[in-house]
Write a protein that binds this ligand. Structure first.
Ligand code: ZN
Length: 565
């Protein structure tokens, strides 16, 4: 592409309303432009880059034997109602009515329609298995769109769905997709981790996420330095390291006036906070649920929701608390008149301190036999330094951006929408599904978060909109024009993507722009052509190299080939 008479611009100033590096750099490089909260246009340069990402995804999906199709975004609500997902998605789904007052949604994800597509074809076990996919728009009414392309309300997603007759088939399909994903992310040049994850709104039995390691990640990844344990914080586990050989002491109520937090109480009583239990008074879908965790632990909402089978957990208000005998600040699990959930760690605790359900009083030397509870489960967040559940090493945290996921869905959608097949004995069975997502826009943002410097983007060869920037120093020099034009044509002939900066601009402006938009290679055509030389510079390197005009195209081809290995 020649820049003169083309749509191309960059911004010198930082974008005012972009809080992430990637959002700012993508806006400044003229790749994207914000339309509204969490809504962006991809301008030509950005769309070309996005397409390069989608092309790699498509190639590996096709190689894995998946078949591409295209689903609509505008979908009658009834499909989502049948699977209970109108409630599960709630306000996150865009709902609208057509002119006949019929309810529709803008598809937040497409399990339902793919199930319907499979149903149109599947009759017997001989029709299974297969995998379908698309790369199409998704809509989610995010409460807090932010970080440029990372949390948006409309985005392209690659979603694939596998259909199998049994668990064994699903295992194979899942592994097949996982292998394809590894190839995709390796080709894209992303620094990523695969972690165990919560199944969330999808349902099913197993879920893994591909997480790009970045500083602004919205997910916290729990990793082991010693084995391959890796998990999203939401479901990360640890093994308790508490001493268990203490004898039960005598339960005693003690006066604890004016102590605001469990830390204050423990300080006041000279007790290690690890030997205390604190209460969290929660509203679980309208019901008061009081959760007890070790004093230094954090409650994990996702785990509680899963344990109770509810969608949302909030702090209880005074009216809800008043339905029990709990005294905020002094709530304990002894003689408490409410639904009580305790963390499993408490099962191993001895002689701990807890509230006495009486203003200004706590118990010390409480033990399991003293307390009453309805449910016990893992309901706390793992902390850095906790022990790995597999090998006992100290866990550490990293931040990540979810750029892909794999779900073993099971039979939920097939059951609700009647996707069945006849087996070898003519018996009706339900089809087993998997779903597999990738977000190309998030991938672009993550790559930029991981690859940039003070001058702008540093795009990997595999996704850069152009592999080579051809910069002519003096546009009035006809000899330079002839040489530049000759190199330009030769690059195109060799199927190399080249952007030829033939604008009437100062060289400094051209260099700055080509650096900002992150083109991997730059060829400069200037005065050295009198010695038959041009300059070649890699975006990742400081120095440039003089190359003879007759060798430049071959040299460029070699570097590109090397980069794409
Ligand atoms: Zn480990």
């Amino acid at each position: 592409m020649k820049l003169n008479n083309s749509y191309f611009f960059t911004l010198r100033e930082d974008a005012k309303d972009e809080e992430s590096t990637s959002g700012n750099l993508l806006v400044r490089s003229g790749m994207i432009k914000k339309v509204g909260a969490g809504i962006y246009m991809y301008l030509p340069l950005g769309y070309k880059t996005l397409n390069n990402i989608m092309k790699i995804i498509k190639e590996e999906m096709d190689n894995a034997g998946a078949q591409e199709l295209l689903m609509p975004s505008l979908i009658p609500s009834e499909y989502y109602e049948k699977c209970g997902r109108v409630t599960i998605f709630g306000d996150d789904m865009f709902n609208l009515k057509d002119r006949y007052n019929k309810a529709h949604v803008l598809g937040p994800t497409h399990e339902e329609l793919f199930t319907i597509a499979a149903k149109a074809m599947v009759r017997s076990y001989k029709d299974l298995h297969f995998t379908l996919y698309q790369q199409a728009d998704k809509f989610r009414d995010e409460p807090r769109p932010r970080y440029g392309l990372i949390r948006v309300r409309e985005f392209i997603m690659k979603d694939a769905y596998s259909f199998d007759k049994d668990e064994e088939g699903l295992d194979k399909s899942y592994l097949n997709m996982k292998n394809a994903y590894n190839k995709i992310y390796n080709r894209l040049g992303i620094d990523y981790k695969i972690v165990r994850a919560d199944n969330g709104a999808m349902g099913g039995t197993l879920s893994e996420e591909y997480q790009a390691i970045t500083d602004i990640g919205e997910d916290i990844l729990v990793l082991c330095p010693n084995c391959d344990y890796s998990s999203n914080l939401e479901i990360a586990e640890t093994i308790s390291s508490l001493e268990q050989n203490e004898k039960d002491k005598k339960l005693e109520m003690v006066h604890t006036p004016n102590q605001a937090t469990i830390e204050d109480v423990c300080n006041y009583l000279n007790i290690d906070v690890k030997h205390s239990v604190k209460a969290l008074l929660m509203n679980a879908d309208g019901e008061l649920v009081i959760c007890f965790v070790r004093g230094d632990r954090e409650l994990c909402e996702t785990k509680v929701c899963k344990l109770l089978g509810i969608k949302e957990l909030n702090f209880a208000d005074d009216a809800l608390i008043a339905t029990s005998n709990a005294v905020p600040g002094y709530t304990g699990p002894i003689n408490l008149n409410a639904k009580v959930v305790i963390d499993k760690e408490i099962l191993q605790m001895k002689n701990f301190c807890c509230g006495a359900n009486k203003e200004e009083y706590h118990y010390i030397n409480a033990n399991l036999k003293d307390i009453n509870y309805d449910l016990v489960g893992d309901i706390v967040n793992v902390k850095e330094g906790d022990k790995c559940p597999c090998c006992g090493s100290e866990l550490y945290f990293k931040k990540g951006i979810e750029i892909g996921n794999l779900f073993k869905l099971g039979t939920k959608y097939a059951e609700n929408l009647g996707l069945t097949y006849l087996d070898e004995n003519n018996k009706e069975n339900v089809v087993i599904m998997g779903s597999y997502g990738i977000g190309p826009g998030r991938i672009l943002a993550s790559i930029v978060e991981q690859n940039h410097d003070e001058n702008g983007l540093i795009l990997p060869m595999s996704i850069a909109p152009y592999q080579v920037a051809l910069v002519q120093i003096d546009m009035k020099d006809t000899k330079q024009t002839a040489i530049a034009e000759q190199i330009y044509q030769e690059l195109i002939k060799n199927k190399i993507e080249v952007i030829y900066d033939n604008r009437e601009e100062r060289p400094g402006v051209k260099f700055k722009d080509m650096d900002l938009i992150g083109i991997p290679l730059r060829i400069t055509v200037g005065k050295k052509i009198n010695d038959n030389l041009v300059e070649l510079k890699e975006r990742t390197k400081k120095e440039q190299e003089d190359i003879s005009i007759s060798d430049i195209v071959q040299k460029v081809q070699e570097i590109i080939k090397d980069n794409l290995k």
